[in-house]
Ligand binder design. Structure first.
Ligand code: CTP
Ligand code: CA
Length: 223
């Protein structure tokens, strides 16, 4: 409700946040998914709300609590997330923190695949829509600031820098999610903010602190 909005630097601004994993059905009882707790996305949404923004929070099936005060849209698949995200526009800024499955299973239907002797199932995949790229590259109606994430295990900065250019977003928040970092599923994050101006490595800190700092930068950029 509008009366609930906090007073702050983002008062009157609408920000879209995607968060969590997507689930892509194989059949009615099975799916493929990305690992994502949704913790960083929820923290960002909360920081935006605390700064006075109106937040639309499009989330896949994540463990993390939903940000109270946001308009929460629950989705399952990448296609549903895309439709919800586009439907939430216009927005002054958009932060794509979701771990979207890159592929869906072709022909996933209403019938459960049964074990069949020695015959193993073969899954055929097709690529999912790239929501970040689509929103970054839209002409009229593009949010003024589009922020993507790049969770990488190798050549983090090079991969993330290339990703920013390829997708056309303004900022990329890059992080190293190699298993030995403990970042996936943990309370902390160590990110590098990559923009046209270059890259800025932030010290490892709590996901809430990363969110607060990102939102402060976002408010500054929106002016
Ligand atoms: N993203 C998206 N839609 C997709 C895939 C990714 O919106 N179908 C967004 C993510 O939310 C994230 C950014 O794009 O903000 C980067 O996601 P990532 O998986 O790192 O990029 P990909 O282009 O899918 O490359 P990769 O092969 O490394 O997975
Ligand atoms: Ca991907």
């Amino acid at each position: 409700a509008e009366g609930m909005l906090a007073d702050g630097p983002l008062k009157g601004r609408h920000v879209l946040v995607t968060s969590g994993p997507t689930h892509e059905p194989i059949d009615p009882v099975r799916y493929i998914a990305n690992r994502s707790s949704g913790a960083q996305g929820t923290a960002i949404a909360r920081a935006l709300l605390a700064a006075g923004a109106q937040v639309t929070f499009v989330t896949g099936p994540a463990d993390a609590a939903r940000p109270m005060g946001a308009q929460v849209i629950e989705v399952e698949t990448a296609q549903q997330m895309r439709d919800a995200a586009l439907g939430a526009l216009p927005a002054d800024a958009a932060v794509f923190a979701a771990a979207v499955a890159d592929w869906h299973v072709v022909g996933a239907g209403d019938s459960k695949i049964k074990k069949d002797g020695d015959r193993l199932p073969v899954l055929e995949f097709a690529e999912n829509p790239d929501i970040l790229a689509e929103v970054s590259q839209m002409g009229a109606g593009r949010p003024g600031l589009v922020v993507g994430f790049a969770a990488e295990t190798d050549d983090v900065i090079a991969n993330a820098t290339a990703k920013r250019l390829r997708k056309g977003c303004d900022w990329i928040v890059a992080n190293d999610v190699s298993p030995d970092t403990g970042i996936m599923g943990g309370a902390e994050n160590a990110v590098t903010l990559i923009s046209e101006e270059g890259e800025e490595a932030w010290a490892r800190m709590g996901k809430d602190a990363v969110a607060a700092r990102l939102v402060a930068r976002l408010a500054e950029a929106l002016g």
